[in-house]
Design a protein around this ligand. Structure first.
Ligand SMILES: Cc1cc2nc3c(=O)[nH]c(=O)nc-3n(C[C@H](O)[C@H](O)[C@H](O)COP(=O)(O)OP(=O)(O)OC[C@H]3O[C@@H](n4cnc5c(N)ncnc54)[C@H](O)[C@@H]3O)c2cc1C
Length: 549
């Protein structure tokens, strides 16, 4: 093969990327049609299609520039005449992408209760670029807007919410959420930042430091702080909204520096000191931690899971097209059984994650619209932690497999989007709750609430006869979690395995239910404890079927 022929293969691979990644995503569209119909589905499809087109023409080229080290955001502590401004300056391409993202409605839809499917679909499309640069600000803004809409007093809500719902990026306020302090992100109860009453009967003054502040350029911060005289731990935390500026000056905060991160580099994450920053409570002070977890963090966990599913979809698209066009030893690499197996594994993980994320979105939609049953609330409580935990790990693994399929080229930043997806996926694993923290949350909830009973009845009702082993797999997973619930010593060692089992079997059930029994069988087989390819006689046939779709 000549140099030109080899390059022609690479050009063909790049050209294979769809102009409209929504229109070509038959599985996503099939899932949406299972949950929605009529005018709502039609409107969502039109909105998603328009945004998908903007993703390829506007957001992708912009992100390819501002996510590179030479064009990252810079900290500007002072203005030209030496006044402290604590600004973050971005490459102009960052704002070009931001305009398209905000115009999609992904954030402004937060003003309408029960738009979870629309927001999930748009964020999924955004995540095809691994685009945490705007996915994180959008998510933080959505979480803050939801907290204000659902929990804040009327006056606070009406003052802060409208600017967060603005569809015009140039005029919109963007939100951030600051919980983590240097003494620990998992142990939020160790927060030492304090909020003293200001004396005006309405506002508080926040003092202390926050150690991980993503969207350090935001216009409104959601901040947790300790109320004087309140109990220790999480019970003593209030939730507040802090405007970045008051009277055109920084509102009692100083940005120390921006962090130099492994991933999500397009986004500015800093360390911030607060000194008497004026803050407005969101909801009753004594319920501050509840607001932080049940609305803000849970919104972020759901959206992180959507982002993980988007990352996986992109990795699959890149790897499958590459394997089709790239030749080695005289044939396309997609003909090698080992490559085929990797591609099939990637595809079933991506599809399984998307199916499970959409099941979570379905409950999110009802909760946000105020239409949820008590069972829905319980199901959501288990799903949101399980799904964020599982999909963020799957995303890292699928992005890494994608890099493997591209070979050495897969590690090169200018060659493909995959290095960025991989770096972002690793960050997704930590933020909004590390794996162990989410697992511990599930365990605590299992002890207090009938979550396993709800999970059993919801999942059993969906089990299809097409896939052998689903019922048994579900029984095994539920038994493992029941034992963890009843035996803390056992749980300390086996909880994560038990969660993995439930997560994968749930993905397989939703895959089968959505018309992908072979993918369900493959995921279930490959994730079974003690799986042995040597005795898996159906492997080649399954792989062929999965890749023929
Ligand atoms: C790029 C980036 C941006 C971020 N942006 C924000 C932001 O905007 N706002 C914000 O509030 N935070 C933010 N975070 C912080 C993030 O939420 C925390 O990193 C995360 O919550 C974990 O906290 P930690 O880093 O202090 O780890 P630790 O709490 O120190 O945990 C370290 C390890 O110990 C494990 N561990 C802790 N407790 C237990 C336990 N009980 N049992 C078993 N294992 C345990 C954890 O699972 C983890 O593996 C960001 C993080 C990153 C990486």
């Amino acid at each position: 093969m000549t140099y030109d022929e080899a390059r022609a293969q690479l050009i063909a691979w790049r050209d294979a990327y769809p102009d409209n990644p929504f229109e070509s995503d038959t599985f996503l569209r099939r899932l949406l049609a299972r949950y929605l119909d009529g005018a709502r589905l039609g409107a969502l499809e039109r909105r998603a299609s328009a945004f998908a087109a903007a993703m390829t023409t506007v957001v992708a080229p912009a992100a390819a520039r501002y996510e590179q080290r030479a064009h990252l955001a810079e900290f500007a502590p002072y203005d030209g005449i030496g006044r402290r401004v604590d600004r973050v300056d971005f490459d102009p391409s960052y704002h070009v992408a931001g305009e398209a993202v905000w115009a999609s409605g992904v954030v402004s839809l937060s003003g309408e209760p029960g738009r979870a499917f629309e927001q999930a679909t748009l964020l999924y499309l955004l995540s095809l670029e691994g685009e945490a640069g705007h996915a994180c600000p959008a998510t933080c803004t959505i979480g803050l807007a939801r907290a204000l809409r659902r929990r804040a007093d009327e006056g606070v809500r009406d003052h802060f919410l409208p600017a967060l719902l603005e569809v015009d990026y140039a005029r919109a306020d963007r939100g951030a959420q600051f919980l983590t302090e240097v003494q620990g992100g998992s142990d939020v109860g160790a927060n030492a930042c304090v909020a003293e009453p200001s004396g005006d009967g309405e506002t508080y003054l926040i003092t202390g430091e926050k150690w991980f502040c993503s969207v350090a350029d935001a216009d409104q911060f959601f901040v947790t702080a300790r109320i004087p005289g309140a109990p220790a731990g999480t019970a003593g935390l209030g939730s507040f909204v802090v405007p970045r500026e008051l009277d055109g000056r920084p509102n009692g905060f100083a940005l120390r520096r921006l962090k130099d991160k492994l991933g999500t580099r397009g986004l500015a994450s800093g360390e911030i000191d607060f000194l008497n920053a004026r803050a407005w409570p969101i909801g009753p002070l004594e319920e501050g931690f509840r607001t932080a977890v049940s609305i803000v963090l849970n919104t972020s966990r759901w959206m992180t899971a959507i982002g993980a599913a988007g990352i996986m979809r992109r990795a699959v698209l890149e790897a499958r097209a590459f394997a089709h066009h790239r030749e080695a030893f005289g044939q396309p690499i997609e003909r090698f059984a080992a490559v085929r197996t990797t591609l099939a594994d990637m595809a079933v993980n991506a599809d399984g994650a998307l199916a499970l994320v959409m099941a979570l979105t379905d409950v999110e939609d009802r909760i946000d619209a105020g239409r949820a049953s008590e069972d829905d609330v319980h199901w959501h409580r288990l799903l949101v932690n399980l799904v964020k935990y599982l999909t963020s790990r799957q995303a890292t693994s699928v992005a890494r497999d994608g890099i493997e399929v591209l070979g050495g080229n897969g590690t090169i930043e200018e060659f493909s989007v995959l290095p960025r997806l991989y770096r972002d996926a690793i960050v997704y694993e930590s933020w909004e709750g590390t794996h162990n923290v989410l697992a511990a949350q599930v365990l605590n909830d299992l002890a207090r609430l009938p979550l396993l009973e709800v999970a059993a009845s919801r999942l059993r009702a969906l089990v299809s006869g097409d896939v052998a082993g689903l019922n048994d797999g579900l029984t095994l997973a539920l038994e493992g979690l029941t034992r963890c619930r009843d035996d803390r010593e056992f749980a300390a060692w086996h909880l994560r395995d038990a969660l993995d089992r439930l997560g994968y079997v749930a993905e397989a059930i939703y895959l089968a239910e959505a018309g992908k029994p072979v993918a369900a069988r493959h995921l279930l087989a490959r994730q079974s404890p003690g799986y042995d390819a040597a005795t898996d006689t159906g492997l080649a046939e399954r792989v062929d079927k999965i890749l023929s779709v």
